[in-house]
Design a protein around this ligand. Structure first.
Ligand code: FAD
Ligand code: UDP
Length: 400
């Protein structure tokens, strides 16, 4: 028989025979296995280890910690965000104080320009935007409010991402700033997306040109990856990178599983795949000190294939004779970056959520595992609340 088999088959048959004869080594035991080293996984691991006194194994299939917030020095020595710009902002003192245990901060308020009709103007739309585009001579908040209400088109039942913008600023501004950008970013028309997507971007009648209005706005002083390293630096935490859950499932045992990957993947897509939107990031270093006036310039024009360009030195304050930028190209396939908020996807998620509730000793945390378009601070808040619930429940096997 062996003579008829290829070398590969022969080796596999021999390994199978050895496996049968030798007793398997006992799997490594941990109190908790955390799948994913992004915000959700790192906060859960830190709390379980430092507050709960548990032995925790954290794995990530990527070769680094920090999930999508991962930052790293590129070949030119510029700190870039490998998965696109991550700007920290929150209204939660609890979240800010918690993260402040692991990092100092660099004060930073985010400003974004949108390129429309050949000009770069502030987005969110504010009074400066209106004056620049329409030469409107608006001098006060009231002037701008009147200008906008003359354009706004009442929508009886605001449900979609089109409704919410048209009701605030009317068709012309909607088309200039939102329709093309959204179609590119999501591969869907705004009328096919929940209102919450474009409602993330407000409209202003004053001249505040900050992208966010939150109480706390800052960047981790030495970057996100350094902050994550500090969170995970605990004697009870072991980190294994480049390790997929599927590949170690049978080699480790644990009392509690914290899963932060895509929820449909966990259940082997029993009800079919949950849709996620992906991006392709093109990182470039340019031989100039500064490429653009602000950290991010948006390109709502559908004829431009990318959605936005980020120049990192604005975020970090780094100085250099060169500069590094990232172009974001939306994509249907690739890593799952965004859950896609629309009713049919929510309904499908609800079916998966019912499975998660029936799964013993597993908690699902984070943007992919709970299928929510969450910012970093919301994921931190969700993880802290999840840990608190576990602790309050005081399950003997988990967190006695
Ligand atoms: P992730 O960071 O996605 O971490 C999940 C980890 O699990 C990943 O590292 C993944 O490799 C790992 N994993 C998945 N499946 C497995 C498996 N089977 N085995 C092993 N490991 C697995 N938020 C803001 O607050 N401000 C911003 O400016 C901002 N900008 C953003 C820009 C972009 C382009 C994107 C995509 C997101 C942005 N966010 C921003 C959102 C932010 O990235 C998320 O809120 C946050 O990173 C979510 O953390 P998480 O732990 O839930 O998920
Ligand atoms: N958006 C837009 N034009 C812009 C900025 C945002 O149409 O210039 C819409 C788009 O649908 C986008 C959503 O508003 O996906 C949320 O924008 P945000 O900047 O919060 O997106 P994120 O940083 O999460 O990618």
């Amino acid at each position: 028989l062996l003579a008829a088999m290829s070398w590969d088959d022969t080796a596999a048959a021999m390994m199978a025979a050895i496996d049968e004869v030798l007793p398997r080594a006992a799997p490594d035991h941990y109190d908790c296995l955390v799948v994913g080293a992004g915000f959700a996984g790192a906060v859960m691991a830190e709390r379980l280890a430092a507050d709960g006194g548990k032995r925790v194994l954290v794995i990530d299939k990527r070769p680094h910690i920090a999930g999508n917030a991962f930052d790293v020095e590129d070949a030119a020595g510029i700190l870039i965000h490998q998965y696109g710009p991550h700007i920290f902002h929150t209204n939660s003192a609890e979240v800010f104080d918690y993260l402040s245990r692991f990092t100092g901060w660099r004060p930073y308020e985010h400003r974004v320009l949108a390129e429309v009709r050949g000009q770069q103007v502030p987005i969110p739309i504010n009074r400066t935007t209106l004056n620049a585009l329409f030469d409107a001579g608006l001098e006060t908040d009231d002037d701008a409010a009147r200008f906008l209400s003359a354009r706004a088109e009442p929508v009886a039942d605001i449900r979609t991402s089109e409704d919410v913008v048209v009701a605030a600023v009317g068709q012309e501004l909607y088309r200039l700033f939102f329709r093309g950008y959204t179609r590119k970013q999501w591969g869907l028309d705004p009328s096919e997306l929940d209102k919450g997507v474009t409602a993330r971007v407000p409209t202003r009648t004053n001249t505040d040109d900050r992208y966010f209005a939150d109480t706390f706005q800052a960047m981790p002083r030495n970057g996100y990856t350094a902050m994550f390293a500090a969170m995970l630096d605990h004697p009870n935490i072991t980190v294994r990178l480049a390790t997929d859950f599927a590949s170690i499932k049978n080699d480790v045992s644990y009392d509690l599983l914290v899963f932060t990957g895509p929820v449909d993947e966990y259940f082997e897509q029993r009800y079919g795949p949950l849709p996620y939107r992906s991006l392709r990031f093109e990182h470039r270093t340019l031989p100039v000190e500064q490429h653009q006036r602000v950290a991010v310039v948006n390109y709502p024009d559908e004829a431009v294939p990318y959605t936005r360009v980020t120049e990192y030195k604005h975020l970090t304050g780094q100085t250099s004779a060169v500069t590094s930028v990232t172009y974001e190209y939306p994509a249907a396939d690739g890593d799952p970056y965004y859950p896609i908020p629309r009713p049919e996807n929510h309904a499908l998620f609800k079916r998966y959520e019912a499975l998660t509730l029936a799964e013993p000793n597993v908690v699902f945390v984070g943007r992919l595992a709970t299928y929510r378009y969450y910012n970093m601070d919301q994921v931190v808040g969700q993880a802290l609340a999840t840990y608190r619930r576990l602790k309050a429940r005081g399950q003997e096997a988990l967190l006695a």
